[in-house]
Design a protein around this ligand. Sequence first.
Ligand code: DGY
Length: 350
Amino acid sequence: MAEPRRRVWVSQPLFDDIVGRLAVHFDVAAPARVMEYTPVQIADALRQADGVLATLNERIGVEEIAGAARLRAIANVGVGYNNLDVAALTQAGILATNTPDVLTETTADFGFALLMATARRITESERWLREGRWTQWSFDSMLGADLHGSTLGILGMGRIGQGIARRAVGFDMRVLYHNRSRLPVDTEQACRAEYVDLDRLLAQSDHLLLVLPYSPQSHHIIDAAALAKMKPTATLVNIARGGLIDELALAQALAGGRLAAAGLDVFEGEPAVRPELLALRNVVLTPHIASGSLATRRAMVSLAVDNLIAALGEGPAAGNPPNLINGDALRAAGLTGNTGGGARKTAIKR
Ligand code: DGY
């Protein structure tokens, strides 16, 4: 008798034509509209699934997977995966994947756009104009900070950070960076970027961009003490994760003139944004859209679908999902990886 088809849960409406590729191999359950789930609803959905296509909205940890006996793989649609408890998934032998590379250039473009909007006060002046307050051109109105000739600091020099550094060359900026580990010299040269310690980065940057992964170690890396080390004329831009910044300390620094401006695409409690930030004129706020070009969002979903098909032991990369983030899960699940059919068989039979 034929084995019953396995089930995949797609947590949010994505692109039907791309997600449809899953239906070749699996029974697919997907909502018709954007959903906000409780942990219990997530646990219920996981209990019935062999695989999941998840977004950063779905927090999946020990409690959510407790009853998920058949769950084999979670493909996260995003390069960041702090919504997943990777250690718990690994221990349970559940493969997890993300979507790097395909969003690098789009996200770096956006980092620059948000930096320019913030430093040159673009959204603030547009609001002012729309409110009918522009009665006469004046020489000292809405004066901002230059990008060209200034010092750009990049905290987190992975693929996206390097993309931003490459763009800065065209603006004739001096680029400093800090990262967990220093880049090879040829990469530094290609980005024309100089490695410095965190204190020097904070003290010397005219514009500081955050592009580092969020983790317990990087939680509130920009706190009151870090902000106090920055130039009062500096611009701070965050396109990574909200939890990197102590937002109350940031709001106080912006309100007190201890920092010129901030551009924030991500927030600690998103989609909620602190009222202290909403009240400020010198902060540009966007709703987590750094990777949001149509082409890139489609590419992210497509890569996540490829990852899930492979992680569940189907398709050309069966058993070897291209963007596995927890290789140890293969061992925990009794799989070996890079074994094609062998991994595939075990993956089906778990
Ligand atoms: C990511 O990929 O981590 C973005 O923040 C969401 O698209």
